[in-house]
Design a binder for this molecule. Structure first.
Ligand SMILES: [Zn+2]
Length: 425
């Protein structure tokens, strides 16, 4: 069974070359497609008329948080946060402690649906649910697979809720890595003891994985590290070997000294930028100077729209970073390089998005980047193909019943908020 995209304008995501063609998309993991103008359609094939539409590689998110999906519309915390640490304590650590199996499943399903409808067919997630650690990654993986979105998951190991829960995070990670591709997640330097950090690095080596950790998102992370370990955050991570893995992802990296940037630049580790989250938390601005080329983009759980993240990186970057048209597109697409160079599966060439882009001006290979920045938005995503399967058709998810899932997630949201209202800080 194949999908046949008839009379499309194909845009090669790497060369930006435009080609008028029809495309037969092969189904299955990490497969490709063929340009065939006279394909004899077989029973069971899906033919989609793509006249006037643009087809290109679908998108991927370098840093997401399923756990925050049910936060939208919840009450303000009982105490108003006055800094980054209090934002975590009063909001996110209150929320994650109240997650249970059902609310994790609801969070994962609505996140996967949002990804799919935004043309995102692969998500790298960083999950925390300290009172429901066991089996949480499997729940998320199943939900993503139901919707048809590929994934690279990790559990956010931390000592913030005690040694026992840190140990549960390590065990959950190991159980998951035995049979799945994934990463070893760590919250951030300021909530991880030396012992937990060492255990996490050993686990990473054992499963030939990488670490996924927040780094210097706020100045607090650096201040804590200097005070407690007499070194900068990246120096601490470097000393434990976190930067030795090409699968390692360092989130944010806002408040780094030059010597820390140098360590990252000289490693194969990756940095993930999340501009809108940084604006929302008022923690600072990303600056790529000195960090090297391994920079990709994420949403940090704020939403699942990678086109929006790319635009934010460009706009915020005008005041704080070196980012021009080619660079913003390079960062947007770098996640594919991260995934493919590390041999993760699920981001094959048969992941495609069909854009119904009603451009008012000529659109071609030479001015693609201008259109990508100022014109193309998630609203133009008409159809989405993931692993050769049509998961969004005419803006509707085909794989699951979206209305039923939204009813379920609303119900879970109310239960979650009730539990949160009973938490004392
Ligand atoms: Zn994050």
């Amino acid at each position: 069974m194949s999908i046949y995209l008839k009379n499309a304008t194909f845009i090669d995501w790497q060369t930006l070359e435009f080609k008028n063609t029809s495309i037969k998309v092969n189904s299955g993991i990490d497969r490709g497609f063929d340009f065939i103008d006279n394909y004899s359609v077989l029973t069971g094939d899906e033919v989609i008329d793509c006249s006037g539409k643009y087809v290109t590689k679908s998108f991927a998110c370098g840093h997401h948080h399923v756990y925050s999906a049910l936060a939208r519309g919840m009450n303000a915390p009982k105490q108003q946060p006055t800094n980054f640490y209090e934002i975590l304590k009063y909001i996110w650590w209150t929320l994650d402690k109240c997650l249970d199996k059902d609310s994790i499943e609801a969070s994962a399903l609505v996140t996967a649906i949002a990804c799919a409808k935004n043309g995102v067919t692969f998500a790298i997630d960083h999950h925390a649910s300290p009172l429901a650690v066991d089996g949480s990654l499997e729940i998320i993986a199943n939900a993503f697979e139901k919707v048809g979105v590929s994934h690279l998951l990790c559990y956010e190991i931390s000592d913030r809720d005690g040694i026992e829960i840190a140990q549960k995070g390590l065990s959950e990670t190991e159980n998951y890595l035995k049979t799945n591709q994934g990463l070893v997640g760590l919250h951030a330097s300021f909530t991880i003891s030396d012992n937990t950090l060492e255990n996490a690095v050993n686990l990473t080596k054992k499963y030939n994985s990488g670490l996924h950790i927040h780094v210097a998102e706020d100045k607090y992370d650096e201040e804590h590290c200097i005070k407690n370990y007499n070194k900068q955050v990246v120096e601490r991570l470097y000393d434990f070997g976190v930067l030795n893995f090409s699968k390692t992802i360092l989130g944010h990296c806002l408040h780094l000294e030059n010597k820390e940037k140098e360590l990252i630049k000289n490693s194969n580790a990756w940095v993930v930028q999340n501009s809108e989250s940084n604006l929302n938390n008022n923690v600072g601005y990303f600056n790529s100077r000195g960090l090297g080329k391994n920079i990709m983009l994420g949403t940090d759980g704020m939403h699942s729209d990678m086109l929006r993240s790319a635009k934010a990186a460009f706009y915020v970057g005008q005041g704080f970073d070196l980012i021009d048209y080619p660079e913003f597109y390079r960062r947007f697409r770098n996640v594919h390089q991260y995934l493919n160079s590390n041999n993760f599966s699920g981001d094959g060439e048969n992941n495609l998005v069909v854009l119904n882009y009603d451009t008012p001006t000529d659109f071609n290979s030479n001015n693609f980047l201008g259109h990508f920045l100022f014109g193309i938005e998630a609203k133009h995503v008409q159809h989405v193909i993931s692993q050769g399967k049509l998961i969004v058709k005419d803006k509707k998810v085909t794989t699951v019943n979206e209305n039923e899932i939204l009813d379920f997630s609303k119900e879970q949201g109310i239960r979650l908020w009730e539990r949160m209202s009973k938490i004392t800080y």
